[in-house]
Design a protein around this ligand. Sequence first.
Ligand code: PHE
Length: 336
Amino acid sequence: MNTDIESIRQAVRDFKIENAAQLEEFRLQFVSRKGKIAALFTGLGKFAAEERAAVGKVLNELKNEAQQRFDQAKLNLESSIHTQRSATDDITLQAPPRPVGSLHPLTLTLEEIKKVFYRLGFSIAEGPEIEDDFHNFTSLNFPPEHPARDMQDTFYIHKDAERIDKDLLLRTHTSPVQIRKMLEQKPPIRSIMPGRVYRNESVTYKSYFLFHQVEALYVDKNVNFAELKETLVMLAEMVFNRKVEYRLRPSFFPFTEPSLEMDIWWEQPGKPGKWLEILGAGMVHPNVLKSVDIDPEVYSGFALGMGVERMTSLRYGIDDIRIYYENDIRFLEQFQ
Ligand code: PHE
C-alpha cells in the first residue's frame, strides 16, 4: 500500500498538463471519484484499526496535493488562453474600428452659428438658467404688469409654496445674459449668448417647455442699423450655406427700438415657396443701456436672437421638435 501511495504521489507530480485534454486526463486519473486515489481510500478498510489513522492521514495529504495541482493547472490554462496566438494571426493588423458617437444636431447648428460670430470677433458669454425678474424683464424695459410679460409663458419659482412670488424664474430667453454682460464689462462689447431657455408651453410637434437660443449683442460708439443688417445676412447665408432671399419686417420687442423679424424665402421640391421667420433683432433700446449705466447718448448697439431648434429644423428638414430631446439613437446616428 505504501509503495502504491508513493508511486501515485510521484505520478501526480510528474504528470504533464499543458492543454485541456491533459488536464481532463489528470482529473480522471487522480481527482475523480473513480480515480486511483479514491480507490486507495476504498482499500483502507483492509488495515488494522491502529494503522488505519496513520495511512488515512497520508492518503488525505495525497488527495489534497492532487486537487491543488489540478486547480492550479486549470487556472494557468485559462489565463493563457487570452494570450495565446496562433502562428497565422497577423498581429500588425489594425483593430476593427469602434463605432463613434456623433454630435447632436442642435450642437452642429450652434457650432455653425458660433463660427459666424468668431469671424466677426464676438466672444461667448453665459449666464444662469434660474434668473430674477430684474435681469429677465425689468432691465430689458418690460414695464411692471406690461402685457409683454405674458408673451413669454414664464415658469416662476416660489420660495414659499403658500405665497405667489414672481421674482425668481426660469429664464424665458437669453437676453438677461446681455444685461449681465453689460454690467460686467464696459463697451465695446461683442458677445454671443447661447443657452437653454424655458417657457410654459404644451408639448406638441412645434412647441416644447424648453429650447435653445443664441443671442448676439454689439455695443460701441456709432453702431448702426446697416451693420445689423449685414450681420443678419451673413449669418443666414453661413448657417444655410447658400445665398438667401430675405426680408426684414418691423416687429416689437421691449428691449429693442426699432425691432424687426427676419424672414427667408424657403422653397422645397414639389411645394410652393413661402417666407419663414428665422430670428428677431433690433437696435438696443436706450432704456436698456440706461439700466446698466451705459450712456445712450454716447453708445448704441444692436441685438439679435434666434431659436437653435428652429434653425436646425430648417437646415435638416425636421418637422417635430420633440425628437431633439428623445435621445433616439436611430435619429442621432444620422448626424455622423
Ligand atoms: N429675446 C427675444 C425672444 O426671445 C429675441 C430677441 C433677442 C429679439 C434679441 C431681439 C433682440 O423672443
